[in-house]
Design a protein around this ligand. Structure first.
Ligand SMILES: [Zn+2]
Ligand SMILES: [Zn+2]
Length: 147
């Protein structure tokens, strides 16, 4: 499995389980580690062949693009302030509209880090399954929730 899609701020890559439709995140290092042969979905506990579907890649790309656009915009705002009073004008303009603004992205950004002591690895999962208990993506063992 080769991962070439962008990671989030914490270095996690987005995956989606084709069986239950749940989203979760792993670090590329863990997902590609030699001792990680199969990946269990932390939501439903089943194994799937491919968690990197086209829509997930597109979603990750859009999110990375939004992040980059925000950074460029903030940089331009800084310039705008620096140019003020120097005789030159520079306008940052309006903040760019995020692409594909949808509830899925909001849900993905809400994913929380879960530590799996069995494998000493981490995954990002939905807060709800973090509470109720999830499956370790690396060995499939059920991990009790925070409750
Ligand atoms: Zn699943
Ligand atoms: Zn484990």
């Amino acid at each position: 499995m080769k991962i070439s899609i962008p990671t989030d701020n914490d270095g996690f890559v987005l995956f989606r389980c084709p069986l239950c439709g749940g989203y979760f995140k792993l670090t590329p290092d863990d997902a590609q580690a030699d001792d990680v042969i199969e990946i269990w979905c932390p939501c439903c506990g089943l194994k799937s062949e491919n968690y990197l579907t086209d829509d997930v890649i597109e979603l990750a790309m859009n999110m990375a693009k939004n992040l980059a656009m925000d950074m460029v915009f903030e940089e331009m705002q800084k310039w705008e302030r620096q140019f003020k009073g120097s005789g030159l004008t520079f306008k940052a303009g309006k903040r760019p509209r995020p692409e594909a603004e949808n509830p899925i992205i909001a849900g993905i950004e809400a994913l929380e880090i879960q530590q799996y002591e069995c494998c000493k690895r981490q995954a990002k999962i939905e807060p709800i399954i973090k509470l109720s208990g999830s499956y370790c993506p690396f060995c499939g063992v059920k991990c009790d929730g925070d409750q």
